[in-house]
Design a protein around this ligand. Structure first.
Ligand code: CAA
Length: 285
């Protein structure tokens, strides 16, 4: 999601230092941003001049220290792994100037826990963007236990400047978005696992019956089945409630490497360069 977040800030005139661990990942990210800005130009959403200006606002580096030393805000969007996030936030804390706001795009990891490894938990906050970031309007702004009023207000205001609609929520497992979304996805997987209906039938019910833009199984593939599994585990452990326990089919699929779009196969199969969805072989009746 990092490239989508960088895209939105750059499009709205902010200078962005995009940081990743490899040059290759950075090249790919900038190419994706360029492609997605191009789409906005084609659709008439922005002018070519905005596209060019946005690209001019982005610099890249593989050195975290270099990238964050002058930043007023850092938005972390690393893999959803708590140890990795704690390590990154310690490093950010050591290498940013006093007063820098440290935000995480985590989809479920506790902001309060992340803030606990920094010297100034009042400056740590959640900025949870939704995929695809340039298109989706919501930013779930998560207040950790110690996040200050001032920092919360700044992030709410900034999100509005980015053309988004921020919603302030408190820091409890899954926040609001995933506390509601993941049990629905899990229930859809249970419906498949128990043979109530097939992949396309389940998705069609939710698309045509509830006006969801995509069915829950397709959405799970887009989010990443490994990410869905990890969020469900956070919900189950955080609330100590077995109602959030992930469906055994989801666990098996992740263990077998079927992680959705990113691995080329989940509930559907994904052909490179094609938008057409095919139900994965093992789920055909
Ligand atoms: N993640 C990534 N990409 C997505 C996506 C998603 N959830 N949803 C759509 N896209 C991509 C599509 O693959 C497509 O890309 P290509 O053109 O490269 O194939 C592009 O966006 C446009 O999609 P559509 O053809 O569907 O175009 P549209 O204009 O009719 O609709 C949309 C676009 C409004 C984004 C619609 O597809 C939609 O509502 N999708 C669901 C979005 C959603 O539910 N997002 C939240 C996911 S949860 C999350 O991000 C947070 C989390 O913590 C888990």
């Amino acid at each position: 999601m990092g490239n989508g977040i960088a895209h939105v800030f750059a499009q709205h005139g902010y200078s962005v230092a995009l940081i990743d661990i490899s040059e290759e990942a950075l090249k790919k990210a900038v190419a994706t941003i360029d492609k997605n800005l191009g789409r906005q130009v084609e659709k008439g959403a922005i002018d070519e001049s905005v596209r060019q200006a946005a690209l001019g606002h982005i610099t890249t580096t593989t050195f975290i220290k270099e990238g964050v030393k002058n930043a007023d805000l850092v938005v972390e969007a690393a893999t959803e792994n708590i140890d990795l996030k704690l390590k990154i936030f310690k490093e950010l804390d050591e290498n940013t100037k006093a007063g820098t706001i440290l935000a995480s795009n985590t989809s479920s990891i506790s902001i309060t826990k992340i803030a606990s490894v920094t010297k100034s938990p009042a400056h740590v906050i959640g900025m949870h963007f939704m995929n695809p970031v340039p298109v989706m309007k919501l930013v779930e702004v998560i207040r950790g236990y110690s996040t200050s009023d001032g920092v919360t207000q700044q992030i709410m205001e900034l999100s509005r400047h980015l053309g988004k609609v921020p919603v302030e929520v408190n820091d409890y497992p899954g926040f609001v978005a995933n506390r509601i979304l993941m049990p629905m996805i899990n229930e859809a997987i249970y419906s498949l696992y128990e043979g109530v209906a097939g992949v396309q039938e389940i998705d069609t019910v939710m698309k045509l019956g509830m006006a969801h833009p995509m069915g829950p199984l397709q959405l799970a593939d887009f989010i990443g089945l490994d990410v869905c599994l990890s969020i469900l585990n956070v919900l189950r452990d955080g609330f100590g409630n077995p109602k959030y326990a992930p469906c055994p089919l989801l666990v098996n699929m992740v263990q077998a490497g079927h992680k959705g779009v990113k691995s080329g196969s989940g509930f559907y199969q994904y052909k490179a360069g094609s938008k057409e969805l095919e139900v994965a072989e093992r789920f055909k009746k």
